[in-house]
Design a protein around this ligand. Structure first.
Ligand SMILES: [Fe+2]
Length: 363
């Protein structure tokens, strides 16, 4: 029988192999704040649900396999039925963007004597890292199932010596606790009194050895009170949601609005502290601003490039205004996700909780 749908992992494989594929996203405009890299937006959602092709009628289908995407897969399935009636064979993405949420790709490089793998949740743009030296490895900000990291570690023959988070995340469920338990590795978190499970607390300037190298915890509060940057021997800085390639972490996700401006002041100090690192230090953030392509290109910057960011050229009071006014809505379900990360409990509706864009940055 001719196939009418494709799974998220099948689409991932096509993109990873660089195979041609036409991806047509028919979600409503409001829902398109996260997407599959390379997808085209077509206005057809309401039309399809009314039995019409809408904008799909104007799409030129070529020889590439075509995949229609919606939020959960149902409307896309209807769309492909309508297209088949017109003689166009397109597949729907099973489970839609919800199923795509944990799809990942990676980029790898070497920095100094260290191996680095950036593991990216391509839709949400969450960036996690494996940093390895002398056969020992640390994982930073695990946002995917433990097996993903375990397999990558095994493939390179690295042993996991540390699992760390830069902060208590509000936009995705941290997998660091699960990974540490699965791999029998210690879990380090910035010192805080919010998390309700056992971890090794890191104070400012504590050092986690990774082979002959080390990750030094720089307490860089502002996005959250405990936010910490891990500095790899002046080679690289894993900045979490404190400093991005083209923005900084928003200071309003801790719930207490009265603390937003004081926190923005602290954030200003933290990001300027990071600018004191050597200019060539690689900046490795916790999020990308856009869907991450399957291109093996690291999402990163340098401290020197960050110095040119308009936000970082502002006075303290300009910065506080820019990072606290006219913010976009917070990430979906951010308080539920934060609570789950504090309790270390895995919610039953994890996929639903996490679906949606990252909105942790101000740029
Ligand atoms: Fe965050």
């Amino acid at each position: 029988m001719t196939r009418t749908s494709m799974s998220a992992s099948e689409l991932r494989a096509l993109l990873e192999q660089g195979r041609p594929v036409q991806i047509i996203d028919i979600r409503r405009n409001d829902d398109r704040d996260w997407m599959i890299p390379g997808s085209d937006a077509v206005d057809a959602y309401d039309a399809v649900n009314a039995g019409q092709l809408g904008g799909l009628g104007d799409v030129v289908f070529d020889s590439r396999p075509a995949v229609v995407v919606c939020g959960h897969g149902q409307t896309a399935r209807r769309a492909t039925e309508l297209l088949r009636a017109r003689g166009v064979h397109a597949l729907s993405l099973e489970g839609g963007m919800h199923a795509w949420s944990t799809t990942w790709n990676m980029a790898s490089t070497t920095i100094g004597g260290c191996e680095l793998i950036q593991v990216r949740r391509t839709g949400k743009g969450c960036l996690s890292y494996i940093v390895a030296a002398d056969g020992a490895a640390a994982v930073i900000d695990a946002s995917l199932a433990p097996e993903v990291y375990v397999r990558l570690l095994q493939r390179s023959g690295w042993s996991l010596v540390a699992v760390v988070d830069t902060h208590i995340h509000a936009d995705h469920l941290s997998r660091s606790r699960q990974l540490a338990a699965t791999a029998g590795a210690p879990l380090y978190l910035p010192a805080n009194d919010r998390v309700r499970f056992d971890f090794r607390p890191l104070a400012d300037l504590d050092r986690i050895p990774v082979g002959a190298y080390g990750l030094v915890a720089w307490h860089t509060p502002g996005h959250t009170a405990e936010s910490t940057t891990y500095v790899l021997d002046d080679l690289a800085a894993f900045t979490g949601d404190t400093l991005f390639v083209d923005g900084v972490g928003r200071p309003d996700l801790d719930g207490d609005e009265s603390q937003m401006r004081p926190r923005a002041t602290v954030l200003h100090r933290s990001v300027h502290q990071l600018l004191q690192l050597p200019p060539a230090t690689r900046l490795l953030p916790g999020h990308a601003a856009a869907p991450v392509p399957f291109d093996n290109v690291l999402v990163s910057s340098t401290i020197e490039a960050a110095q040119g960011m308009p936000l970082l050229g502002m006075t303290e009071s300009e910065f506080v205004t820019a990072t606290t006014e006219h913010l976009q809505p917070p990430p979906r379900n951010n308080s539920l996700i934060t609570t789950a990360n504090e309790l270390g409990e895995w919610p039953r509706d994890a996929e639903d909780l996490e679906a949606g864009a990252n909105r942790c940055a101000v740029s």
